[in-house]
Design a binder for this molecule. Sequence first.
Ligand SMILES: [Zn+2]
Length: 246
Amino acid sequence: MVNIFIIIFALLCGSFLNVAIYRLPRKESVLWPGSHCPACGQSLKAWDLIPIISYIWLGGRCRYCKERIRPRYPLVEILTAITFLLVFLKWGISVETGTGWIFTAMLTITAFTDLEEGIIPDLITYPGIIIGLLLCPYMIGIKSSVLGAIIFSGVFVGIAILSHGGMGGGDIKLAGVIGTFTGYGGSVLTLIIASLAGGIWAAILIWQGKADHKTAIKFGPFLSVAAWLVWMYEIEILDVYLRIFS
Ligand SMILES: [Zn+2]
C-alpha cells in the first residue's frame, strides 16, 4: 500500500522533472505558465497530464495538433517511479530517502538536459552543491562531502584544461554536486564507472563509424547514472570489485 503511494508520488515528480528538463535549458520558469504542448502551444488539461496513462491513451501524440510527444516523457516518469521506489525500499522513511530523492531528481534532470540540449543547468548544480552540503552531515560527514566536491570538480577542471575545453563548465559543477553527495571515495568510484561506460560507448560509436576520436562524447549522462549507482550501491559495487580482483 505504501509502495503504491510512493509510485504515484514518484510518477507525479517525474512529470514535473519533464517540465524542468524542457524549460531549464530554455531559461523558462518551471512554475509558470502551466504545461503546454511544445509544438502548438495549447495549454494542457489535467487529463492530458496523467503520467504514462495520457501518453498511451493519446497514442503518443498531442490531443490538439497531433504532433508526436517525445518518448522521453513516459520514460522519465517510469524511471522516476523505479528509482524513487528503490531508494525508499533501501532506506525507508528517513532523511536518507529524502536526500536520495532529491539527488535522483537532480541527476535525472542533468542527464536528460545534457542529452537533449548539451546543457547542465546552473539552476540545478549551484543549489545542488548547497543542498548536498546541508544534508551530508546525516550521511557521509561534512569532511568527506567538502573534500569530495573540491577534489572531484578539481579533477574535471584538470580534464577541461588538458582537453582544451573538451569538458564543459556544466560537467565541472555537476562533479561538485556529486562530490558533496557521495564524498571523495564515492567520487573516485563514480569517475571510474562513468569513464568505463563512456569509453565503451565511444568505442561502439567509432566501431559503427558514427564517431571518430575527435567527436565529443556527452559525459553528463554517464556521470549521472554512475553517481546514482554509487550513492545507492557503493558497498555492493566495491564488494564485486574485490571479488573479481582478489
Ligand atoms: Zn500540440
